[in-house]
Design a protein around this ligand. Sequence first.
Ligand code: HEM
Length: 232
Amino acid sequence: MDLSYTLVFTVFPYLCLTTFVVGHSYRYVTDRYAWNARSSQLLDNKSLRWGTVLFHLGIILTFLGHAGGLLIPQKYYDLFGITSQMHLAIAHWMGEVVGIAALAGCLLLLRRRLTNDRVRAAGSVNDLITLGGLTLVVAGGVYNVFFGNYNVLDSVAPWIRGIVFFSPEPELMRPVPLGFKIHVTLAWALLGFSPFSRLVHIWSAPVFYFFRNPILFRRNPELTRKVVDSRS
Ligand code: HEM
């Protein structure tokens, strides 16, 4: 087995995944007050709107598409009559739409970070690395969707499942075009970097908000009377 393939397509992903898990756990325990999205909406809302909506919609749908398309083997899709050609066509068309949305959002947010004086003054190098990294990963994905023309279901998908389920097979990546190799390697690097950035906010998405009991706010006549009395 080629040592360089083992290093890039087995050792590196596990290094990034370990940093991802240990880094998030450590930061959650030691630095919970800084565990947030560090929103800059108060500094400038107008320039944020389009960028953040396009970016978040695009990237969240991209995540779901990657999880469903790469982690679930084709044999389960076959059970529902979805052939590999159909699977690839859906991935291709959906990938074009959500990928372009995410990329447009990334570029708008990056331009805002670089050109808006207030946002730039309050920002950090870390913010630029985060957005720059996301832009590179997303741009690589979009390039592959438009120009890659390659069946990832027999190569990249089983390779990723091998990493996730602890039976790595780096040789599966040998025939894969360079564009895909760069995209996946940058994506692992970004995963490894995320605990040190504002990306930690992803894991605090307020999903339980929709299921919690409603909080009732009622007027308290007794209290209102006391306040009115105290003012007169
Ligand atoms: C899971 C649901 C998510 C929620 C509820 C959420 C929420 C937020 C909020 C409230 C902000 C601050 C306001 C803003 O700048 O838009 C923000 C910013 C940001 N989010 Fe998310 N986010 C989510 C997922 C993600 C994902 C999946 C990524 C990337 C992988 C991401 C990357 C970013 C980045 C880079 C910023 C900073 C944008 C900037 O100010 O330049 N978010 N997010």
